[in-house]
Design a protein around this ligand. Structure first.
Ligand code: BGC
Length: 284
C-alpha cells in the first residue's frame, strides 16, 4: 500500500482475513474480493457471518447494548459523552439501523470483539528521540541518515510490538488519552516526579501524524477502529534521559526501538512510524 493510497482511502485488507481474530479460527469471514469491498459495488449474494463475542454480549461498561432499540443511540453525534462521530465524516446505517463501515465490506456483521457500534476511538502517542551511538556519544547514522528511536510496547493480547496507544474513554479528550495510555503502558514503576516530567513534555505539544480509519483485524461491517496519532519528540533527549521505562496495564514489554524500515508492528503502526520518520528527516 502506498502512502498516497492510504491517504486517499485505501482498501482495507487486515479485516478481510480468513478468520476473525481471537476466535481460535472458529469464526470465518465471508471472503470479499477487492472489487466488492465498496458498498457501491453490487454483491447480491453478500451474506456475512454475524458475530459479536460473548464477552461483548455480556455488556461490560465499555460496550454498547446489542439491542439497538433499547440502546437508543445517537449516531454521528457526541452521544452522552460517547463520541459516535467518525473522523471520515457521516457514516450510513444499514437496513437494521446499524452503522455501516465507511471503508466497505469485511465479511462479518455485528461487533466482533469491539464494544461500540460504529467508530471505536483510539489514540496513539509516538514518543521519539535520536538514537545515540554509545561508542561516540553522537547520533547513530544508518545509510547516511540519523536514526530515530521510538517507545514501543509488546501487546499482551497478540504478542506484537506496537505503539503504547489505547481506547479513548467516554468524555476524555484525545490529548488526555495519549498521555494516560503512555503512562499506563510504558511507565508502570515510575515515580510521580517522573510522571510529572512526562506530562510537562507532552504539554510542550506534539505533531499530529494521522487521524482516521485504521485497517484493524477486529473491524466488522458495523464496528471499526479509528485513531489519532501524535508525535512527541524529545529533541535533545533531556526529558527521557533519566526515565526508566517499565511496561504496565495490558503491555508485557517496553523498549526504545530504532526506527528502521523493516519494522513489523501491530495494525497500521508501521505506516504511522514511516510518516514520523519522513517528518524528522525531511522537515527538521
Ligand atoms: C490500540 C491502538 C491502535 C488501535 C487501532 C487500539 O486497540 O490500542 O494502538 O492504533 O487499536 O488498531
Amino acid at each position: 500500500m502506498t502512502t498516497s493510497a492510504f491517504r486517499r482511502g485505501f482498501t482495507h485488507v487486515k479485516c478481510r482475513g480468513e478468520f476473525y481474530p481471537r476466535t481460535e479460527n472458529k469464526v470465518r469471514r465471508l471472503q470479499v474480493p477487492d472489487d466488492k469491498v465498496s458498498w457501491d459495488a453490487a454483491f447480491p449474494d453478500y451474506r456475512p457471518t454475524n458475530f459479536t463475542s460473548e464477552h461483548v454480549l455480556k455488556g461490560p461498561v465499555w460496550a454498547d447494548k446489542d439491542d439497538l432499540t433499547t440502546g437508543n443511540y445517537k449516531w454521528n453525534c457526541l452521544d452522552n459523552n460517547v463520541d459516535r462521530r467518525s473522523h471520515l465524516g457521516e457514516y450510513n446505517l444499514d437496513s437494521q439501523g446499524r452503522p455501516l463501515n465507511p471503508r466497505g465490506r469485511t465479511g462479518i456483521s455485528g461487533r466482533g470483539c469491539l464494544g461500540r457500534w460504529g467508530p471505536n476511538h483510539a489514540a496513539d502517542p509516538v514518543v521519539t528521540r535520536w538514537s545515540i551511538d554509545p561508542s561516540t556519544g553522537k547520533i547513530l547514522q544508518a545509510k547516511g541518515q540519523p536514526v530515530l528511536q521510538f517507545v514501543s510496547i509488546l501487546r499482551g493480547d497478540c504478542n506484537e510490538w506496537a505503539l503504547p496507544g489505547g481506547m479513548v474513554d467516554p468524555g476524555e479528550s484525545f490529548s488526555t488519552t495519549l498521555l494516560r495510555e503512555f503512562v499506563e503502558e510504558a511507565m508502570d514503576m515510575s515515580t510521580s516526579a517522573e510522571k510529572e516530567k512526562v506530562k510537562e513534555f507532552f504539554a510542550t505539544g506534539g505533531t499530529e501524524i494521522y487521524r482516521g480509519y485504521v485497517d484493524d483485524p477486529r473491524n466488522t461491517d458495523n464496528s471499526w477502529m479509528e485513531t489519532v496519532v501524535v508525535n512527541y519528540h524529545d529533541r535533545d533527549g533531556t526529558y527521557f534521559k533519566n526515565i526508566k521505562l517499565k511496561s504496565g496495564d495490558d503491555a508485557i514489554g517496553v523498549q526504545w526501538k530504532n526506527l528502521t524500515d523493516d519494522l513489523k508492528l501491530y495494525a497500521s503502526h508501521s505506516f504511522f512510524l514511516k510518516k514520523v520518520k519522513e517528518l524528522h528527516l525531511n522537515g527538521n
